[in-house]
Design a protein around this ligand. Structure first.
Ligand SMILES: [Zn+2]
Length: 128
């Protein structure tokens, strides 16, 4: 993994601009800031559409954990004292809580594929 020589960013090769001399080991952000590459070329970092699409995917992926936490709180504060139903809701919540990590692991490949689809290609020269 290369390190940007201007800001010290360390990351994937896809976040770096390509070229020799002043363009060597410069991240896309510093490249745009210093005028080495245009914003259109570094679209994977500077497009609001890409950022929105990524945020959408991330929030969809993590939303179930938010809801389960909310439902557990609802159970604890409101449903716990309701006879019979508290155990029904408890069982359902327990089932959801136990299956959620499994579903999360299973869907990780789909998630990364969707993330890859959303991310525009950053043209790589031959040999990279
Ligand atoms: Zn940099």
């Amino acid at each position: 993994m290369p390190t940007c020589r201007h800001c010290g960013f360390t990351g994937d090769r896809m976040h770096f601009i390509h070229g020799n001399g002043p363009r060597k080991d410069v991240c896309a952000h510093c490249g745009v800031k210093m005028g080495l590459v245009s914003e259109e070329d570094a679209v994977n970092l500077f497009s609001n559409e890409v950022a929105n699409a990524r945020l959408n995917l991330v929030s969809r992926r993590w939303a179930p954990f938010f809801w389960v936490t909310l439902l557990w709180n609802a159970w604890f504060f409101f449903i716990r004292d309701v006879n019979i139903w508290n155990w029904v809701v408890f069982g359902i919540l327990l089932l959801i809580t136990l299956t959620l990590p499994v579903l999360f692991l299973i869907s990780s490949a789909t998630y990364s594929a969707k993330m890859e689809k959303v991310t525009p290609d950053y043209k790589r020269p031959d040999g990279h």
